[in-house]
Design a protein. Structure first.
Length: 81
């Protein structure tokens, strides 16, 4: 499985080539609908997961449930540092 977040989309591709994408709109990360959409998308391609809400990729990470909203501009700026 490969997970890619680019151009305001979360894209998951399995080893057999199955691909599913979720459009990441500006909305609260704690939005229960976002969680349901993400989990149902993964389940649809046969992936069962548990999510730890503390990001590991950045220093001074903020747990997802404490973030106010997904901000595509911020995410793009982090990628250029």
């Amino acid at each position: 499985m490969a997970q890619t977040i680019a151009e305001s989309q979360s894209r998951t591709e399995t080893s057999d080539g199955t691909t599913k994408s979720i459009v990441l709109a500006s909305r609260a990360v704690t939005d229960a609908n976002l969680d349901r959409v993400a989990m149902s998308t993964l389940k649809a391609i046969g992936i069962q997961v548990q999510i730890w809400t503390m990001p590991q990729e950045v220093a001074q990470a903020i747990p997802f449930e404490q973030r106010a909203a997904y901000d595509p501009e911020y995410d793009r700026s982090v990628g250029t540092r």
